[in-house]
Design a protein around this ligand. Structure first.
Ligand code: DAH
Length: 341
């Protein structure tokens, strides 16, 4: 065989072997290629070595030199392939960018406050401008603060255990007697007056609990805003002015307000408060002049101070403002609803 042919065959062998090792996608493929080219018995490199015997002695140095180069190249390619497979799957380098920078981006959706929380913040704001500061209460109360100090006697239907969420608290663990989830924020009136002397001008906003079946207008948990003002000279005219200013601020300037005689144990006289809005009278809550028994229960002198109090439903206000017709929407946690506010 002519020298040039032999050298060409050796070069072709190297090219094929290197290509096979580079193409090996896993250990099994690499092993197959190794046996084919580097196999000790019948590998193609071995076969090429055997051919050396038939080479003319004058050509032997040139052929031997090329054989050694080819052998080194093949072995190096085999080793490189082994290292590549050991290093893990090949990273695919994308030929082009994976995104189109000219397309509009995906906006991050920012969360927001729950509509009831937003309403509470706004009510605090309005009442703050009328000089009322915010008092915090407790959601778990004793009977003194939820009923007795508020002049609600034991036989009053509001104290029926079936109309309240009483807690199963061991007698030793409850020195203040049976505990319940508060059914009204009027409890905070008592807590505030117990803690400081008059004058008092506070609001308190928070959750109250009643075992009502949920429907479009009832929910076993809802929010109230309680207001209390105690001073030396306070009249129902002040009460009506505050509630009218409040209504005008929250619902808009053309709101009219009306008092209807009513009864609450903790106020005397007591009224229901209606707002006239969109051609309808809508009941928003109760109010009245603080009953002297309540002032006495907290150690105030009813001969020296008078006060007014009111309690409004927060959900109702928010529903009226936004045209929401079902209170249950607030508590389903459906972001499609909540996102609108
Ligand atoms: N606590 C009453 C209720 O839950 C609302 C209420 C009425 C609060 C009259 C008051 C008030 O402060 O004076 O139905």
């Amino acid at each position: 065989m002519a020298l040039a042919d032999i050298l060409q065959q050796l070069d072709d062998l190297a090219t094929e072997a290197v290509r096979a090792f580079e193409a090996a996608a896993d250990a099994a493929a690499l092993e197959t290629a190794r046996v084919e080219f580097l196999g000790a018995k019948s590998g193609r490199l071995k076969a090429a070595q055997k051919l050396m015997g038939s080479v003319e002695s004058a050509d032997r140095p040139a052929v031997g030199k090329r054989f050694n180069e080819v052998k080194t190249a093949i072995e190096a390619a085999f080793q490189a392939a082994g290292e590549r497979l050991a290093a893990g799957p090949r990273r695919v380098v994308p030929a082009e960018p994976q995104f189109d920078p000219t397309l509009p981006g995906t906006a991050v959706r920012i969360g927001r406050l729950h509509p009831i929380t937003q309403t509470i913040e706004e009510l605090k704001d309005i009442m703050g401008r009328l000089g009322f500061s915010v008092a915090a209460g407790r959601e778990v109360e004793d009977e003194r603060h939820n009923f007795e100090a508020l002049n609600i006697p034991r036989e009053h239907p509001a104290r029926d255990p079936l109309d309240n969420f009483y807690l199963a608290v061991a007698r030793q663990a409850a020195p203040a007697g049976p505990m319940l989830l508060r059914s009204q924020t009027s409890t905070v009136q008592i807590r505030v007056m117990e803690s400081k002397p008059p004058p008092v001008r506070v609001i308190s906003l928070g959750r109250v609990y009643r075992p009502d079946t949920a429907d479009a207008t009832h929910y076993p948990m809802f929010h109230q805003m309680e207001g209390l003002l105690v001073d030396s000279r306070v009249t129902m005219a002040d009460l009506k002015s505050v509630l009218r200013l409040f209504a005008a601020s929250y619902l808009g300037g053309d709101v009219h307000i009306r008092f209807r005689p009513s009864f609450f144990p903790f106020t005397e006289p007591s009224v229901e408060v209606d707002y006239h809005w969109n051609d309808q009278w809508i009941e928003f809550g109760g109010a009245g002049m603080v009953d002297p028994n309540v002032l006495q229960a907290v150690g105030y002198d009813p001969e020296q101070v008078v006060g007014f109090a009111f309690g409004l439903g927060v959900e109702r206000l928010c529903m009226r403002r936004h045209g929401i017709t079902d209170i249950r929407e607030f508590y389903k946690n459906d972001v499609r609803f909540l996102r609108q506010f």
